[in-house]
Design a protein around this ligand. Structure first.
Ligand code: SF4
Length: 375
């Protein structure tokens, strides 16, 4: 499809023209994209940006998830994973457990480990430093993608240290990148319902900004399909874009489809529709053209949607994620582990070329971001 000539929807034609001329889209454009039914034309615009950055390659990773505890002092209504200390399903992984799990996964060939957990009231920084040292000893070049901004804030409070100091110590111990969890939706109205005690959107952004300042690359997420409205999504995207303009530290944007089973969110929505998923991903690709990668986690979306989205801006479908617990506790029906063969097939059958990589994309091919200043 030739842009903007082959776009017939008037609003999308204007947006296509802006994209071709490297003019940033505005909030009104974004609202229109998030509500259009012309998903083929929207997809053509998103795909133009995807192709510019990544051609016909799609990335995937061979990794494991390490959820070190499910004990959490916040007990957010959106969460199906956490529990109180002393609950019968409560667990904290010992150093032995961690060593065994990581050694097994390293034996299976992983390149990275994703570590996230609940906010445990008694686990001090020593526990995390020891965990990281042990993991690095098993495989020194394993990429550790560790701890959300929400956890860094918690570590800072319970250890009475500035968040920068916590970041410094954990980077020294082995953290190589930061996942994007905990962003949810920045709107205070929505946060009050889904995660009232979680750090504010402002604090999340400031911790990410601090991490970027220390040279760490991070992801950013957006949790959709609960009680948010379209304006909340628009605002979230723009606040991510603004921080990226300042720091350039976001490597990947990851929209996450909310799963509500076993949570305390009483939304009339069940699963998002295919149109909603497509609109969110394609719009994110267009608005966040200052972030190189757009990832669709097959485990959240299902393999069929993860395939389709590669034609709507997505260039990364996530990883093998051995032992994923968080989204499965909330009712995801996908497998909690995908083999490398399965991931490669999912990509190849979408007409793309699979490239195995890690969260820092050290081994991929990347053109420079080609956006005008301010985008
Ligand atoms: S979402 Fe995170 S912070 Fe909230 S209860 Fe669950 S584990 Fe704790």
């Amino acid at each position: 499809m030739q842009l903007p000539d082959d776009i017939h929807n008037k609003t999308l034609k204007t947006i296509a023209r802006k994209v071709m001329e490297h003019i940033p889209v505005n909030r009104d454009d974004t609202f229109e994209m998030l509500t259009t039914t012309d998903i083929t034309e929207l997809g053509a615009i998103a795909n133009h940006i995807r192709t510019h950055y990544h051609g016909n390659t799609t990335y995937y990773s061979v990794n494991m998830n390490l959820n070190y505890t499910n004990v959490c002092t916040l007990r957010c209504p959106l969460c199906a994973f956490s529990c109180d200390p002393g609950d019968k399903q409560a667990f904290v992984l010992s150093m032995d457990d961690i060593e065994k799990r990581v050694s097994k996964a390293v034996g299976d060939g992983i390149d990275e480990v994703h570590i996230v957990g609940g906010l445990h009231p008694d686990l001090t920084l020593d526990y995390f430093e020891e965990m990281l040292w042990k993991i690095k000893r098993i495989k020194p070049n394993l990429l550790i993608v560790g701890f959300t901004a929400v956890e860094y804030d918690h570590f800072s409070k319970i250890n009475r240290l500035a968040v920068e100091e916590v970041l410094r110590r954990l980077i020294d111990a082995g953290v190589g990148a930061i996942p994007g969890g905990g962003a949810e939706i920045f709107s205070p109205r929505v946060r009050k319902i889904i995660a009232p005690d979680k750090i504010t959107g402002k604090r999340w952004l400031s911790i990410m900004g601090a991490a970027h300042g220390m040279g760490l690359k991070t992801n950013a997420t957006l949790l959709y399909n609960h009680v948010e409205n379209t304006e909340d999504i628009v605002d979230h995207l723009f606040r991510i874009r603004e921080l990226q303009d300042e720091t350039g530290g976001f490597k990947t944007f990851v929209p996450l489809q909310f799963h509500g089973a076993n949570t305390r969110i009483r939304s009339k929505r069940r699963s998002s529709t295919g149109y909603e998923d497509i609109r969110i991903f394609a719009t994110a690709r267009i608005v966040l053209n200052n972030i190189l990668h757009l990832k669709a986690l097959w485990m959240y979306l299902g393999e069929k949607m993860a395939q389709i989205l590669q034609q709507f801006g997505v260039d990364d479908i996530g990883g093998t994620y051995m032992n994923e617990k968080v989204v499965h506790a909330a009712g995801a029906e996908t497998s909690d582990y995908g083999t490398e063969t399965f991931l490669r097939r999912m990509i190849e059958e979408s007409g793309m070329i699979p490239i195995r990589t890690t969260a820092d994309y050290q081994n991929g091919f990347f053109p420079a971001l080609n956006v005008t200043e301010g985008q």
